[in-house]
Design a protein around this ligand. Structure first.
Ligand code: SF4
Length: 473
């Protein structure tokens, strides 16, 4: 007898793991298609049975007892694949004796990872076969991008030791920038950000102004919530430029390493630029611009993290982000030192609440591990790359080619390129997997693990903070 719609509602879909990874993913994948195509499925829950793998079980429990929706489903699918990939990389990194069981486990993981690496594309193709209109499911499946990074130039006045941007005469033209802006407006998202990046983007100040003018005209038609970000070393700023950015509600990401600045960030031609930076930092705080000072710590300078932080506070800076350098190996003692320095910062903030300090790492806006964060970046020549925290163009030039996404000239819609964390990790693993670059694999896994450690630290701190606030009432 045919089931009526009411009988279909409030149902639980059961997925039995029974140790077969492929079947498990196949069942989940089929449910994903149902969720995206059947509008009545919103009253469904998934129940997972017999999951042996602790990491998978923890993830699946997040979705247990909640009604299905596309977001939670896609999140789960991406994270499950992410965990499998992590397990595979740990296996490759730590197994000395590569025996039969090693290869059988590797094959088991590889099979599922390769099969579903482009799971959103697979879902899309399957749904399209049923003659369903793309408009009805594409925004849910791909979500769209919030932010597009445009690299206006590869030139810079500095030669920071940890910089991963290759320096050469590569300058973006107006046409390339306008095309990038066109693409940003194709995003399904309502909130959009255009981030000016480099090299040093202020070397192309006039181009920035032309880009803004163009974007504002387009926005009259699309009516998005468009905001701008400028990432700068601060040297070429001036009062006039700061006023211009203030008027347009820019977020200014001002990179400044305090006492380690001159050691780690020498100028290209040996000039002393420190007084200029100082002046501009002062103007920035005085003009009350939306800003954030970003300080980079490396394994060599990590012990100065807290004193540098206090140095910034004494300068009147109130919004600070600490970036640990990526693409270098952090040994156990350096990681321990980083955590202890960050802990001193957190304690300082808690003790001095009246100062109104915003520590971006602590407030949860910086998603760890940052090595897996990914955005789309349009290079000076219009080529779109996956801009992962670990795109190490300077050190590993080949990597840039592997992060190629598309030529912006040939793209009419940016949405299907929106990357996920699994996509980033998968691309990274393919790069060092194919090049057999064990050193790179070790560094990448090390940077990811550092991010996981920091994530746990901040999560614990935030929970403690909430608990303390609760008991205070
Ligand atoms: S200021 Fe930025 S782009 Fe210039 S060398 Fe330093 S890190 Fe690289």
């Amino acid at each position: 007898m045919q089931q009526t719609l009411s009988e279909e509602l409030d149902k639980t879909l059961i997925i039995d793991y029974t140790d077969n990874l492929d079947t498990f993913f196949q069942k989940l994948f089929d449910i994903g298609i149902k969720i995206l195509t059947d509008r009545y499925l919103k009253n469904y829950k998934i129940e997972f049975q017999n999951i042996q793998d602790l990491d998978l079980l923890i993830l699946c429990n997040y979705i247990k007892n909640t009604y299905l929706n596309t977001n939670s489903f896609l999140n789960l699918f991406d994270n499950l694949l992410l965990v499998l990939l992590y397990q595979k990389e740990v296996l490759l990194l730590n197994t000395k004796n590569k025996n039969e069981s090693f290869y059988s486990e590797l094959n088991r993981l590889n099979f599922v990872l390769d099969k579903y690496s482009n799971y959103r594309g697979l879902i899309k193709n399957k749904i399209l076969k049923h003659n369903i209109s793309p408009n009805s499911f594409m925004p849910k499946l791909y979500g769209g991008i919030n932010r597009l990074v445009v690299s206006l130039t590869h030139s810079c006045q500095l030669r920071c030791r940890y910089c991963r941007v290759r320096k050469f005469k590569g300058e973006m033209t107006e046409n390339v920038l306008f095309k990038a802006i066109d693409l940003l407006f194709t995003s399904f998202k309502k909130d959009l950000q255009l981030q000016f990046f480099g090299g040093e983007p202020l070397l192309k100040y006039n181009l920035i102004k032309r880009g803004i003018k163009y974007a504002n005209v387009l926005n009259k038609k699309y009516k998005k919530n468009l905001t701008y970000i400028l990432t700068t070393n601060g040297i070429a700023l001036s009062k006039e430029k700061l006023s211009y950015f203030k008027k347009l509600y820019f977020l200014l990401e001002f990179s400044f390493d305090c006492k380690t600045q001159l050691k780690n960030r020498p100028s290209k031609d040996g000039t002393d630029y420190y007084p200029l930076i100082f002046k501009n930092l002062k103007w920035m705080t005085k003009l009350n611009i939306h800003y954030c000072v970003i300080s980079v710590v490396t394994p060599d300078t990590v012990s100065s993290t807290f004193s540098n932080f206090k140095y910034l506070i004494n300068l009147g800076i109130r919004k600070i982000q600490i970036n640990y350098s990526l693409g270098v190996f952090w040994n156990k003692s350096k990681i321990k030192c980083l955590i202890s320095e960050i802990d001193r910062i957190v304690k300082f903030i808690e003790k001095n609440k009246f100062l109104g300090i915003e520590f971006i790492n602590y407030n949860g806006n910086r998603r760890e591990p940052v090595a897996l964060n990914a955005e789309l970046s349009v290079d000076y020549d219009g080529i779109i790359y996956l801009e992962a925290g670990l795109s190490l163009e300077q050190n590993f030039l080949k990597m840039k080619n592997d992060f190629f996404i598309a030529d912006s000239k040939k793209v009419t819609d940016i949405n299907t390129y929106s990357p996920t964390r699994f996509n980033t990790f998968y691309s990274l693993s393919k790069i060092y997997g194919s090049s057999k670059n064990e050193k790179l694999r070790r560094i990448i896994m090390n940077n990811i693990n550092l991010g996981i450690i920091l994530n746990r630290y901040f999560l614990k701190k935030r929970l403690m903070h909430c608990e303390n606030n609760r008991t205070a009432f």
